[in-house]
Design a protein around this ligand. Structure first.
Ligand code: G3I
Length: 395
């Protein structure tokens, strides 16, 4: 009886979301009790479960399991790399839409929503742009025009097909940067000043009035001291509040969720409190890049279960903390993992001696983290977990 009521409540909210949005809705599929996939279990709460997609892996005919799992387990996808500026416009003025369009076609075929990643970021910029700025052949005035043109061209190209755009990514420094007082960092702030953030949201809105526009960053899972000089979550909160006060069309804040088992991290209540505080500004939230890595000690590499098991458990517990917090906040719209298998993960490439960050192992066996996510989705419900509240794009 109780379960029936959940399903019914979910179905009503799902119908509302569908009506507000012209995008293909995985939620259009009714919840099917026989289907224990993450995407289907997420439907009970109207929560979209997503993954970043590596296009090379998706197209690898020798690795069909990757494609099968992207389709069967997830209701939203994010391009891991192919929507970044260096991929879309490797040569000035010549756009290569093919890989991103291919992902969008895959998403449509599989009834998945798409998170657009990313419009403005200091990494993976094309060489012609960074070199042009360095050698002075691109002036500040021209750089601003180039950014406006990029946002407008890209958002218009994908118009109507993107649910959430990461408009600005990782604009805020970390305490280990210099100076250690938190500040706007990187290429764009350096050359255009921090006003590029408000501009970017306005240009994105003008190009697609219906997509939800997000600011996206890491290390903003929970509040710390409350001092924006050293608390990145507070800095981002103040930034969002300030943008809203200027009537900038920001609709959400994406918390990436790149965690490591060697750190203290957070508990569910701390993370839920942070999401609630952002929701208090009238913003949607989402976990956008979740993975929980571990150090690969010699013993781990040698298969020592005394070292492997605690890492698997700690990783699972951290996934669960973020997922439970998201479930608990009705404005948390999606939970995306940054790749789902240890076979295709940015972590070992980036950190060298860290890995085991994903919910499936290298042989596509679901890990403890996968099962815990599943349990969280199954055993959650009223009164603490209720269907999502759809976010309307801010004008
Ligand atoms: O495309 C080239 C390929 O031509 C070349 O042969 C190969 C050799 O190394 O490199 C390829 O480029 C790599 C690219 O991924 C595409 O695979 C880069 O070296 C590599 O650095 C790049 O890493 C990506 C990273 O962003 C770069 O910033 C990761 O795959 C991607 O997962 C990661 O994603 C970011 C999010 O966008 C933002 N938040 C943090 C997250 C993790 O760093």
């Amino acid at each position: 009886m109780r379960i029936k009521r959940w399903i019914a409540t979910g179905a009503v909210a799902i119908a509302t979301v569908g009506a507000l949005n012209t995008l293909p809705a995985s939620a259009g599929r009714p919840y099917n009790p026989a289907d224990q996939s993450l995407r289907n279990l997420g439907l009970r709460h109207d929560l979209y479960i997503g993954t970043a997609v590596d296009m090379a892996a998706l197209n690898d005919a020798a690795d069909p399991r990757y494609r099968e799992l992207v389709a069967s387990q997830f209701s939203t996808v994010t391009a891991e790399n192919v929507m970044k500026w260096e991929s879309l416009e490797p040569t000035r003025g010549t756009y290569d839409w093919a890989p991103a369009d291919e992902l969008l076609a895959f998403a449509k075929q599989n009834n998945q929503r798409v998170r657009g990643h990313v419009l403005v970021w200091q990494n993976q910029l094309p060489g012609w742009l960074t070199t042009g700025v360095e050698d002075g052949s691109i002036s500040t005035e021209q750089l601003r025009d180039i950014l406006r043109n990029h946002i407008t061209t890209v958002v218009k190209h994908f118009k109507g097909r993107i649910w959430q755009w990461d408009v600005v990514n990782e604009a805020v420094s970390d305490p280990w940067d210099s100076p250690s007082t938190l500040h706007y960092k990187g290429f764009w702030a350096q050359h255009l000043g921090p006003d590029y953030i408000a501009d970017a949201f306005r240009w994105a809105r003008a190009a697609d009035p219906k997509a939800l526009l997000f600011y996206n960053d890491y290390n903003i899972e929970a509040f710390g001291s409350g001092d924006p000089a050293d608390d990145k979550t507070q800095f981002v909160y103040d930034m969002a509040k300030n943008l809203l006060a200027q009537r900038v069309p920001i609709d959400g804040v994406g918390s990436q969720g790149h965690l490591g088992t060697q750190y203290g991290n957070y508990d569910t209540l701390q993370v839920a409190a942070a999401l609630k505080k952002f929701a208090g500004l009238g913003l949607a939230t989402a976990f956008t890049e979740v993975d929980v890595r571990s150090q690969l000690t010699e013993a781990v590499r040698n298969g020592d279960s005394n070292e492997i098991n605690p890492r698997l458990q700690a990783s699972a517990a951290n996934y669960s903390v973020l997922l439970q917090a998201c479930l608990a906040d009705r404005h948390c719209l999606s939970f995306t993992v940054w790749g789902f298998t240890d076979k295709h993960s940015w972590v070992p490439d980036w950190f060298g001696n860290e890995g085991m960050a994903n919910i499936y192992d290298e042989n596509y066996q679901p890990k403890r983290a996968y099962h815990l996510m599943k349990a969280d989705l199954i055993y959650a419900g009223p009164p603490y977990v209720l269907p999502r509240i759809a976010q309307k794009p801010r004008r």
